[in-house]
Design a binder for this molecule. Structure first.
Ligand SMILES: Nc1nc2c(c(=O)[nH]1)N[C@H]1C(S)=C(S)[C@@H](COP(=O)(O)O)O[C@H]1N2
Ligand SMILES: [Mo]
Length: 409
């Protein structure tokens, strides 16, 4: 029988992958070959018993982390520390709700489009599924992602500090197809999008965005939307703050002015240091974070580690991610994993050999508009030291001599 030996990454493997690394590699010693020469297990679980919908291995444990005062308002955070690649599994996509998750029968769901259009119309889901569709990978980020981090580092893990961003492939009907079908009035400039949840969450969407890349999604990662993500229909406004991506969409009303809805005059109006208030901020600006290694993890002694993380920009495409492993003195370009798509999570990697000394690691991204992710100091200058929404500052992870990783400023 052919002998199976344990795989140990070495310098050659990294060179083959086109990466330069000073490979003082993994510390674990070779195991006895006998322990990996696997005797046949015998037959596995019966096919009929695997069920009609796949289940995770019992050893896959990552879950969302719930955060809610009363069970209706609040959400659940994506476990970014375990994330791989750029797509978030639908079952781990973050959630933010303002009145819980409604249970909507798609055969009864309707979408009304009215206001400044030539013909107002009610669409059923069946109608919408007949239109030409598009599929796009986009991140979705709550503008409040990291709101607890403004004043001081509080989160114990990247799930707590950054877990209100996720990325899916969304499929649906481009909004411009529907609007062109109905005929938009020449003076229309805005549309109100309203959800069919108890909160009737509604936001004013600029018409240019509706005519650009907004679409009405009914599917996520190849199947119908999860209930939590807005089943059976949600608005996707790529790159705009999560709150504007109205779930359980029931109504679009066109107008010549914005509505100043509840959210537009409360949480989503951002106070500025110059005493002005920025309303309709729309874009989630460029941001990145190292997901591994990250707070709550512990490095197992000096040696080789791959630094890996996510970068994204609501204004465009990630152009560059720089990583520092010495507290910000030297920055090196990380490699970006293809595909690098607009308004989408981009996975970055950088090989690193830890010398065992205390240090801080961080990442900084630049998008194709030339915008550079700010430090906290730079962000305070623009947005003030007390903020709620749109925290996109550089994240520092401190590594102690014993390998313990914590969230620091
Ligand atoms: N109808 C409706 N749409 C909504 C919400 C809501 O509570 N009701 N929450 C908004 C907020 S604040 C965010 S961040 C995103 C979250 O989308 P997700 O739960 O699919 O991640 O949906 C937005 N759309
Ligand atoms: Mo949100």
């Amino acid at each position: 029988m052919k002998k199976i030996t344990q795989f140990k990454p070495n310098r050659r493997h990294f060179m083959q992958a086109g990466m330069a690394t000073s490979a003082a590699l993994l510390a674990n010693s070779a195991l006895a070959e006998d322990s990996v020469l696997i005797p046949s297990r015998g037959p596995g679980r019966l096919i009929s018993e695997t069920g009609t919908y796949g289940v995770r291995s019992q050893y896959a444990k990552e879950v969302r982390m719930k955060g809610s005062a009363n069970g209706l308002v609040g959400g659940a955070f994506t476990p970014l520390q375990n994330s791989q690649g750029m797509v978030t599994p639908s079952g781990l996509h973050f959630e933010v709700h303002h009145s819980g998750v409604p249970d909507i029968d798609p055969s009864e769901h309707k979408l009304l489009i009215h206001g400044m259009v030539k013909d107002k119309k009610i669409f059923t889901m069946e109608d919408l599924l007949r239109f030409p569709s598009v599929s796009h990978f986009h991140f979705l980020e709550c503008a409040g992602n990291g709101m607890g981090e403004w004043m001081a580092p509080r989160g114990k893990s990247v799930q707590q500090t950054h877990g209100l961003t996720s990325c899916s492939e969304w499929t649906g009907v481009p909004l411009k197809i529907l609007l062109n079908e109905l005929g938009v009035h020449g003076n229309a400039k805005w549309l109100l999008a309203e959800g069919d949840d108890g909160a009737r969450l509604a936001r004013s969407i600029p018409l240019w965005k509706a005519m650009d890349d907004a679409f009405l999604a009914y599917a996520q990662n190849g199947e119908f939307l999860r209930a939590e993500q807005g089943f059976p229909l949600r608005l996707i406004v790529p790159g705009f703050e999560g709150n504007m991506n109205i779930k359980w969409l029931r109504r679009l009303e066109l107008s010549d002015k914005p509505w100043w809805t509840h959210h537009e005059v409360t949480e989503y109006a951002d106070p500025r240091p110059d005493d002005k208030i920025r309303a309709f901020s729309f874009f989630m600006e460029a941001r990145s974070v190292i997901t591994s290694p990250s707070a709550g993890m512990k490095l197992n002694g000096p040696g080789f580690y791959e630094i890996s993380g996510l970068a994204w920009s609501g204004a465009g495409t990630v152009k560059k991610v720089e990583v520092s492993t010495d507290g910000g003195a030297i920055w090196q370009d990380a490699s970006l994993q293809a595909p690098v798509l607009p308004k989408c999570h981009t996975r970055f990697h950088m090989p690193w050999t830890w010398d065992g000394r205390e240090t801080t690691i961080q990442s900084r991204t630049t998008d194709d508009t030339g915008y550079v992710q700010p430090s906290y100091e730079e962000m305070y200058k623009l947005q003030g030291p007390i903020g709620l929404m749109h925290n996109n500052a550089i994240q520092n992870w401190h590594i102690a001599q014993d390998g313990e990783i914590t969230n620091v400023r």
